[in-house]
Design a protein. Sequence first.
Length: 269
Amino acid sequence: MSLFGTGILKGLGYTLKHFLMTYAEDLKYLGRKSGVAGTARAVRRQNPKARGLVTIEYPKEKAPMPENFRNIPFLVYDTEKKEDKCTSCGICAKVCPPQCIWIVRTEDPVTKRPIPAPKDFYIDSTICMNCGYCAEFCPFDAIKMNLDYELGYYVEDAPDGRMVLNKSMLMKPDTFHAAIHPSDWAVEVEAKAAESAKPAKGAPAAKPAAPAAAAPAAAAPKPAAPPAAKAPGAAAPPGAAKPPGAAKPPGSAAPPGARPPPGAKPPGA
């Protein structure tokens, strides 16, 4: 049978043990510099092997947000082209489940035709569910999800008690997107490089490189020289064929059955 109040003493002893472990754990990292104040300590406290105090002392300490964390979206400004990436196509507003996005398109003052650029862009952050559909379906990578969760406003300053963000409040440079989403930014840069490497439509295809000089072709056999004309009266070599129409020697007998040439006298005439 335990004495009354021993459970309270055990609990206080457990709390004191963790309290002392906190300072003992901090001595291991004494003198080490962390990039962001409190970030290294916050990460160390939030792992399964943590010892001592495991509560992040917010706002002195802030846990770093993962890259895929989703909060209120923001618009991306292209610093290279000096223009907005958004073309006010309206796809983000169509796929938004709570319908918290609406866009005002820019119109040409003369023709009154729409210009592919938003005049204003609104997101009602009080009903935004941070699903990320707008960033996923945007064909121009013009809207991304922010990591900033420290949002607040005064009801007196918000119309109808809602915090509606306009274009000037939502616009961020693409360098900001590259800083908080390095993996996503690397994929976009790689895709842009692959797109620029493709030949433009209608442009002639690049000619393949000329092959290396081929080895000199084997010398063609020279045609046989025409037979030299024989001197008159020279005897032909034995067995050589006589040329067609060659004159017969005088006194040679005609072959049997051969007709005499016209005007020739028969023998013995």
